[in-house]
Design a protein. Structure first.
Length: 114
């Protein structure tokens, strides 16, 4: 059974940091490409960072230089370190394979506000 569980979100002031974690289980673990996606209120879900076996890491322009995606294969987790957060980073954050498959977790809410 495929399961994705995101955690680590919360309320943070502009300029602050958060570390998101995604625990994966099931057949999805065979994927060599993973991504973090986010969905802001009233907007579509978009890819913000991805990590693949062959290419490495790629980031959306809006988060480049501030976010870092990594993978801990021993723990079957995907991490998103977010620094210098801005109010426009407010969204629900999800992890999934890249490209995304049909299984989505519940996401974790990130709110950046003073």
């Amino acid at each position: 059974q495929v399961q994705l569980v995101e955690s680590g979100g919360g309320l943070v002031q502009p300029g602050g940091s958060l570390r998101l974690s995604c625990a994966a289980s099931g057949s999805i673990l065979r994927s060599n490409a993973w991504g973090w996606y986010r969905q802001a209120p009233g907007k579509q879900r978009v890819l913000v960072a991805r990590i693949t076996f062959d290419v490495g890491t790629i980031y959306a322009d809006s988060v480049k230089g501030r976010f870092t995606i990594s993978r801990d294969n021993a723990k079957n987790t995907v991490i998103l370190q977010m620094n210098s957060l801005k109010p426009e980073d407010t969204a629900i954050y999800y992890c999934n394979t890249y490209p995304a498959n049909s299984y989505w977790g519940q996401g974790t809410q990130v709110t950046v506000s003073s």
